[in-house]
Write a protein that binds this ligand. Structure first.
Ligand code: NCD
Length: 359
């Protein structure tokens, strides 16, 4: 049974196929309205969400299926100390597919290792958010007609912004991509994404702290919110939160057909007077998110997926060696096997959160 924990769990041709299905779903929604009749989606949301949870639920309802779940960890047995592994084993008895959001990095992977139904990562800590990436890719495709030959600027919180990490991974498989990383040094992209994804794939990139300087060359600007909830030091968040504000004056520096994306929610990174600019695509992204989740649920519940295994390979870490990332599920929940994936250069990364492991 196949789960989607990381965007790279889907091949480029599967993403093409999901985009094609999504376009058909937009054209003829009635053809899909009974596809998941009798199936249940469980939405297990241990962290706040508006778009992701409601779009998963709307997607399943539009496919004729039904939805169970919770939207707050406090109303689940997690509040009594239940582990993610046990919660997954339990929900496995009630539902046909799980969408899970969790503040701990790697939690959806743990769920997938303990369930025999597909698990979709709906955002794990500051790590990954593959279905937001599907929404982003459909938006880029519908706006630009292509997913290659694009210069894309990522602006804001590149350290904790999980949609940024997943979209950069996804784009690393297309040709003619150039990436411009726009952030203060404190919110720079994690080293492993820079080294293992951008540099390893020979993607041309620039780093700057100036949005104004970067704007004129961009085809896409991906704005992000500074992720206050992930800071250990709230004073640091207060200092950094207003780092970038996209306003009409800055938009005048951009190409006439640059697309502005933002996974939302926005706080103050984009002034509201930009909403009516035809280049503002963030509300289109919301609509595209529902359609891509619909296409993904349909794919994962299809007969072919039932016979498909996950292709992850990981190895056990020696006794006593563990992940040092305090936001990783393997350093927080008891009893989890410490697993590592080995990079091409022999570097070991935690299989749950991708943090480097040195021993
Ligand atoms: C994003 C998330 O949860 O990571 N939101 C979303 O899913 N649309 C971005 C964010 O919270 O800033």
């Amino acid at each position: 049974m196949r789960s989607v924990i990381d965007i790279l769990d889907l091949s480029v041709s599967e993403i093409d196929e999901l985009i094609a299905t999504a376009c058909n779903m937009i054209e003829s929604p009635e053809k899909y309205s009974e596809l998941c009749r009798g199936k249940k989606l469980a939405t297990l949301f241990f962290e706040p969400s508006t778009r992701t949870r409601l779009s998963f639920e709307a997607a399943m309802l539009e496919l004729g299926g039904s939805v169970i779940g919770f939207s707050d960890a406090k109303s689940s047995s997690a509040a009594k100390g239940e582990t993610v592994a046990d919660t997954a084993r339990v929900v496995n008895c009630y539902a046909d597919i799980i969408a899970m959001r969790h503040p701990l990095e790697g939690a959806p992977l743990v769920a997938s290792l303990n369930a025999s139904i597909p698990v979709i990562n709906a955002g794990d800590g500051g790590h990954a958010h593959p279905t937001q990436t599907l929404a982003d890719l459909l938006t880029i495709y519908r706006e630009k007609g292509r997913l290659n030959d694009l210069t894309i600027g990522f602006c804001g919180d590149l350290k904790y912004g999980r949609p940024v990490h997943s979209l950069i991974s996804a784009l690393s498989r297309y040709t003619g991509i150039k990436i411009v990383l726009i952030s203060p040094p404190e919110l720079a992209l994690p080293e492993y994404t820079k080294k293992e994804v951008i540099i390893r794939n020979d993607i041309p990139f620039e780093e700057t702290s100036s949005l104004e300087k970067a704007l004129p060359e961009l085809d896409i600007l991906y704005m992000t919110r500074v992720q206050g909830e992930r800071f250990e030091d709230q004073a640091e968040y207060e200092r950094l939160k207003g780092s970038y504000i996209l306003d009409l004056e800055k938009m005048s520096l951009a190409k006439k057909d640059m697309s502005v994306l933002h996974p939302l929610p926005r706080v103050d990174e984009i002034t509201c007077d930009i909403d009516s600019d035809p280049r503002a695509c963030y509300f289109k992204q919301v609509a595209n998110g529902k359609i891509m989740r619909k296409a993904l649920i349909a794919k994962l519940l299809s007969a072919e997926n039932v016979h498909c295994g996950n292709e992850r390979s990981a190895e056990f870490l020696p006794k006593g060696v563990c992940c040092s990332n305090p936001r990783c599920i393997s350093s927080v929940e008891r009893g989890l096997t410490q697993l590592a994936v080995i990079g091409e250069n022999g570097a070991k990364r935690c299989a749950y959160c991708e943090a480097e492991i040195n021993f």
